[in-house]
Unconditional design. Structure first.
Length: 328
């Protein structure tokens, strides 16, 4: 039995029993992966998967038990490698970050650039995804850290570390009726216009919909998108009034658009880093987190992930106070 065989087994389980997809994820050939799976089953003396013809149908009860142990073994092997790399002072490595499009485009690049000055041999892979997909990538082991925002609730699925607080802004074309004022529009005023916002806005439990519902109003969502830049483009095209994160609005946007504070009823959001439990963090991961959120302490981060401490995280600062420290 080898770690490679266990890694292939886990990859198949996490790929919906699709061997072709699993082979792509582990950078192996499909015949090679199938051969290693058969060798593992032969050694164990029982089947890990039930089959229908030549296709895998389900994981057997015994396979489920092996899968749980395989995940733990692979995680510990990764921890040993990470610990050894930190002890050696090894600057090489690959950091995979699952995050939303707004964080990937408007927050993380500046922090990554700062970290790469200290770790020039490190490579970073950003995986911009929908809000509902980010934590799934972390849970499947396809990311080292997730960066996601909520309107107050603490994300599940790992160690949630608050990074900073941010507000939403209202964007409108310069000739729009709302642009005549610099004050925050009311929810009643916004409800009169078609709105362009993030795709999460259509969910019944979205904080935006809750804010309108508490006033007995229904937002007129005309278009949604994952990408803040697409929202701004849509506003310029006249598709509606934009509601998006303040990090996504730069000085160049204000040449063609008016930015107003969101109504007070629209809640403030918190950006979180979600880290896997019982994971040895590479030094460059800690550097990235403290580059985004300088109030964090490296020792607290290590202890929290290792499960030896339950720290009280510092109050996350507002994005407006941080943006000068992070070159975006």
């Amino acid at each position: 039995m080898t770690l490679a065989q266990l890694r292939y087994f886990v990859a198949i389980a996490d790929s919906g029993l699709n061997i072709t997809v699993a082979a792509e994820r582990v950078h192996a050939t499909q015949p090679g992966l199938s051969k290693q799976l058969k060798q593992l089953e032969d050694e164990l003396g029982f089947l890990l998967f039930s089959r229908k013809g030549r296709s895998l149908d389900s994981i057997t009860p015994a396979g489920q038990q092996v899968l749980a142990h395989a995940r733990r073994l692979l995680a510990e092997a990764a921890n040993i490698r990470a610990y050894a790399a930190n002890v050696r002072g090894d600057a090489q490595g690959r950091l995979v970050i699952a995050t939303t499009h707004t964080q990937a485009r408007h927050v993380l690049p500046g922090a990554i650039a700062d970290v790469r000055k200290a770790y020039p041999q490190m490579s970073v892979h950003l995986q911009p995804s929908g809000e509902g997909e980010v934590l799934d990538l972390l849970a499947r082991g396809e990311a080292d850290v997730a960066v996601i925002s909520t309107s107050g609730e603490v994300p599940a699925g790992g160690i949630a570390v608050p990074l900073f607080r941010w507000k939403r802004v209202v964007l409108a074309p310069r000739d729009h009726a709302l642009a005549a004022s610099t004050e925050a529009p009311t929810l009643e005023a916004l409800s009169a216009f078609p709105l362009v916002s993030y795709e999460s806005s259509v969910r019944a439990d979205s904080s935006l919909r809750r804010a309108f519902a508490q006033r007995g109003l229904e937002p007129r969502i005309s278009m949604t998108a994952r990408d803040a830049d697409l929202i701004k483009t849509s506003v310029r095209a006249g598709l509606g009034v934009g509601l998006l994160a303040e990090m996504a609005v730069g000085n160049s946007d204000l040449e063609t658009l008016a930015a107003l504070p969101a109504p007070n009823e629209v809640p403030e959001c918190v950006a979180w880093a979600v880290l896997p439990r019982e994971r040895v963090l590479r030094d460059y991961t800690l550097s990235l987190l403290t580059a985004v959120a300088p109030q964090l302490d490296r020792t607290d981060l290590r202890r929290a992930v290792a499960g030896t401490d339950d720290p009280k995280w510092p109050t996350p600062p507002a994005w407006a106070a941080l943006r000068g420290a992070i070159v975006v």
